[in-house]
Design a protein around this ligand. Structure first.
Ligand SMILES: [Zn+2]
Length: 310
């Protein structure tokens, strides 16, 4: 924490869920912060959320994003972020545009549906669940649909840049914006592209989605220029936001910012942090096992499960 106080200024921060809308607008006339086009050259009809709605943000809107850039980011970057974060959002029961996302396995035999209570249904032969009766733990073997790791990283950088309200802070990221908009998904300006990912156990530790963007103080040097943090449900992610100010040989040193759950103590267990490498430019699919603890387990006759309900 001292490291951040000493080296960084907080240039954007907030917690968003549902409630009154807040619009970020840095130009007196409509002008896209990504493609730099104005209303005479492009359109601004769609509502662009600064943080995707699937993360539970129904409040923070970015006026400086044109329809064409919104569509490009959605199709090229957010599609990977959606796949990567789906297990997080299912497990944290994050309310997206159309409620909490449902889930089904690759072969569609195992399903999770969020009605009044979450219902997990899977044939016993599928091994979607592993039940440890002695320790009262159910492990659910989520999988991720194939995603491009660097696409996930770029989508997170795009969110970071969307939360900036001071126009002057954006100039350090002009090259970063050009990279985000480059259709060639194999190009990278940060190697390796690492995310510090923290899993916080317990019932939805973060209400809504919390974001913080730190920019290095002018008096400091040697540290990454900008660091972004985003937390929702049981997950907190931290990453370097590339800037030309850092030069081309970027330091990958990134100090983990402590979550409040580590600082104040947390009754549901210690948060677990690991470094995720999102440098890959090829599609990757993987399993994501999650442990749930339970108080009681009860067998029910199979015919008592209403197939229409699942
Ligand atoms: Zn644009």
């Amino acid at each position: 924490m001292e490291y951040f106080v000493y080296n960084y200024d907080l240039i954007a921060a907030g917690v968003y869920s549902s409630g009154p809308e807040k619009t970020i607008k840095t130009e007196p006339v409509k002008k896209c912060r990504f493609c730099k086009k104005s209303e005479s050259e492009t359109t601004f009809n769609d509502k662009a959320h600064a943080i995707p709605e699937c993360f539970g943000n129904h409040q923070l809107v970015l006026a400086d994003e044109c329809d064409s850039c919104n569509k490009f980011f959605s199709q090229n970057l957010e599609v990977h972020l959606d796949k990567y974060t789906r297990p997080f959002r299912v497990m944290g029961q994050i309310q997206g545009k159309r409620g909490v996302p449902n889930y089904q396995s690759n072969n569609q035999k195992s399903k999770i549906k969020h009605g009044e209570i979450p219902t997990f249904v899977s044939p016993a032969t599928e091994n979607f669940f592993t039940i440890d009766k002695e320790n009262k733990i159910v492990t659910v073997n989520y999988h991720r649909e194939p995603y491009i790791p660097l696409g996930v990283y770029k989508a997170l950088v795009k969110i970071a840049l969307s939360t900036i309200e001071d126009k002057n802070e954006l100039t350090a990221f002009n090259e970063t914006i050009a990279w985000l908009m480059c259709p060639d998904q194999t190009k990278s300006v940060i190697k390796p592209a690492l995310v510090i990912e923290t899993f916080i156990p317990g019932p939805r530790p973060t209400c809504g989605v919390a974001v913080s963007l730190f920019r290095r103080k002018p008096s400091c040097s040697g540290e990454p220029y900008a660091i972004f943090m985003i937390a929702f449900g049981n997950i907190a992610m931290q990453l370097i936001v590339p800037s030309i100010v850092d030069g081309t040989t970027l330091t990958t040193k990134c100090i983990a910012f402590p979550t409040p759950f580590e600082v104040c103590g947390w009754p549901f267990g210690q948060p677990r942090t690991h470094i995720k490498d999102l440098s890959g430019t090829e599609k990757r699919k993987e399993d994501y096992p999650v442990e749930y603890s339970f108080d009681e387990i009860e067998a029910v006759p199979p015919d008592s499960i209403d197939p229409d309900h699942i």
